[in-house]
Design a protein around this ligand. Structure first.
Ligand SMILES: Nc1nc(=O)c2c([nH]1)NC[C@@H]1CN(c3ccc(C(=O)N[C@@H](CCC(=O)O)C(=O)O)cc3)C=[N+]21
Length: 346
């Protein structure tokens, strides 16, 4: 059976002692495995992985953000405001936008969503963004992706003022991320970073395998983890390998078996199976796939990792749903507050 734990900072309060000791044992084992020792010491009992609850970790981050927002407001500053643009009526996009605006309202961040029909022209969208850029009441703004085929996503991302770009998709923010400068970090990569930090997983000199090279997820995750910890925006100093659709399956398996941390961000259900994972490794599942359940016929949300199999061998594992997703939303809120703070001094 897998133990569910809350993030390290709140674990003293929330965890019962059994799961807390289990967690510490896992962290020790994970670190032991990392120190190039191929076989575990005989006295270390083999446990199922610690399931890192993203829902619980997000709750903790929310408390921190809530405090920050109240500090801003009681200091006589404007309440942070998130502007959202949603084009079309894709159900998944609507769910994500709803999750974001709901989180905002809970945290005391005001928000508004402008919904445009699929037929909206690129020019009209750019005009709307320009208006929001100039609106001093808007602290941060995002345009939900994907956009309809007739609109150039790059043009839209680059139209958002970089200092209000809470998604971190503007070319200047991507450039800064690559150079190790302080910038708006995209929410999903920031969530993966936060999970690693708050769980206490070591990255310096460790092997990381990122499966997936998307510009908004795989690439920035790899960027955060391989870069220098002494740069303006600290990196993970890990040895990072990026695998993608052209990586032969056998090669992928060889690479994942060497990895202390596996990040699955390919959008392929069941991509990572137990035979591919090193004992005690941390497995972070960024995949969000809607698949039809074989018994009920209903659509079900699954990640890229065969959770039931891998949890028996990994040291840490994040579930889907309830893993990276909720923390992504929390990091977006953090970016919104950062944008509001930035506006105070610029
Ligand atoms: N401009 C833009 N910014 C984004 O940040 C952005 C985007 N476009 N397009 C799509 C992706 C995906 N994304 C997620 C947000 C929340 C969950 C989330 O809350 N997931 C829940 C479940 C949600 C559900 O039930 O569908 C979970 O994993 O537990 C997942 C994924 C943000 N994205």
């Amino acid at each position: 059976m897998a133990a569910s734990i809350s993030p390290l900072r709140s674990s003293y309060r929330i965890c019962n002692s059994l799961s807390f000791h289990h967690y510490r044992a896992k962290l020790r084992m994970h670190r032991k495995c990392e120190s190039q020792r191929r076989h575990l010491h005989a006295s270390v009992t083999r446990h199922a992985a610690v399931v890192v609850s993203g829902t619980e970790m997000a709750r903790q981050i929310h408390r921190e953000i809530q405090r920050e927002v109240e500090e801003l407001v009681t200091g006589g500053n404007m309440r942070p405001h998130l502007g959202v643009v949603l084009v079309g009526d894709d159900p998944a996009s609507r769910t994500y936008v709803r999750n974001k605006t709901r989180a905002a309202s809970i945290l005391g961040i005001s928000s508004d969503t402008v919904v445009k029909p699929t037929s909206v022209s690129q020019d009209e969208l750019l005009e709307l963004i320009d208006k929001m850029n100039r609106d001093w009441k808007v602290s941060g703004l995002l345009v939900q992706l994907p956009l309809p085929g007739h609109i150039k996503e790059r043009a839209v991302c680059n139209a958002i003022a970089p200092e209000k770009d809470v998604d971190g998709f503007h070319i200047v923010n991507i450039g800064k991320l690559c150079l190790g400068q302080t910038s708006m970090v995209p929410a999903t990569p920031a969530a993966v970073w936060e999970i690693i930090r708050r769980t206490g997983i070591e990255t310096v000199g460790k092997n990381v395998l990122v499966a997936g090279r998307s510009k908004n997820v795989g690439l920035p995750i790899a960027m955060l983890l391989h870069t220098d910890r002494n740069h303006q925006r600290p990196g993970g100093d890990a040895t990072v390998t990026i695998a993608h659709r052209c990586t032969p399956r056998e090669q992928l398996k060889e690479l994942t078996r060497l990895a202390d941390i596996v990040i699955a961000a390919a959008g392929v259900p069941g991509l990572i199976t137990v035979d591919m994972v090193k004992e005690g490794a941390a497995v972070i599942d960024v995949g969000i796939n809607r698949v039809q359940d074989r018994t009920t016929g209903k659509l079900r949300l699954v990640g890229d990792v065969d959770f039931e199999g891998v949890k028996e061998k990994a040291g840490f594992i994040t579930p889907v749903p309830g893993g990276v997703g909720p923390i992504t939303v929390a990091m977006l809120m953090k970016n919104t507050v950062a944008a509001a703070r930035y506006a105070l001094t610029h």
